[in-house]
Design a binder for this molecule. Sequence first.
Ligand code: SF4
Length: 285
Amino acid sequence: MKEIQFDAIVAAVRQMCIRGCTLADPRLLELLAAARRGEDNELADTILGQIEENARIAAGGGDESQRRPLCQDTGLAVFFVETGSDVRIVGGELTDAINRGVAQGYRDGYLRKSVVGDPVRRANTGDNTPAIVHLRLVSGDGLRIRYAAKGGGSENMSRIAMLKPADGIEGVKDFVVNAVAEAGGNPCPPLVVGVGIGGDFEQCAILAKESLFRPLGDPSGDEFYAGVESELLGRINSLGIGPMGLGGSTTALAVHVLTAACHIASLPVAVNLNCHSSRHEEVRL
Ligand code: SF4
């Protein structure tokens, strides 16, 4: 049995929040640069260049004390956690450690606190907690924590549908493309489009969210779904929405599909969009 100290988890999560909200994913920068090379629209190219410049400024020129958030919306703190069956947390509970780390990270990193404790009465909790935590028990003695700062603008454009099996993969593709078309400029494109297919109502939404944690632009390991991703990316970039919704051929940088088994009478599909401020971090303890 491996013991992991409560305080070590707090410290790791604190650091993930600060790093994730201030340092752009190198893969995102690669995809932006590739998009610029293929972008004919002058305004779109200018906006993509501004997103790159924003990332440089946020990084503080390599000086940690000069780092700034990539976006004012530093999001809900979302975690996917895999905890080994041979792991024991010493000194407290895992979700408490995560929430404490979030509170410290958002305080010390001067990140905006974006959580209200009640969805209707809307008083800010003041420390960006509670986090959204998806826990999974796995074998072994490792603890894997993945974090995303999920902005409200892109999250609000999420869509889910319980299609009929007869709708098939073409029905799924049409649903995804329509969801992006209806979202327009609201989710701050260029996007990473997360797609969940299968499971039941709630698992499908979680699949779409978890797909966004895949290394940016890596295709699905399933050749069939890699083809679906490629076709969807082409169709989405033909919509003409473009960076920040102002036109061009760069509406999305990547499409990630994640699937699960489902009921014989169901074909659930969910779309979870990530804006160009795609912020993810991972740590293993
Ligand atoms: S959708 Fe993304 S880029 Fe737009 S305001 Fe929210 S976090 Fe920022």
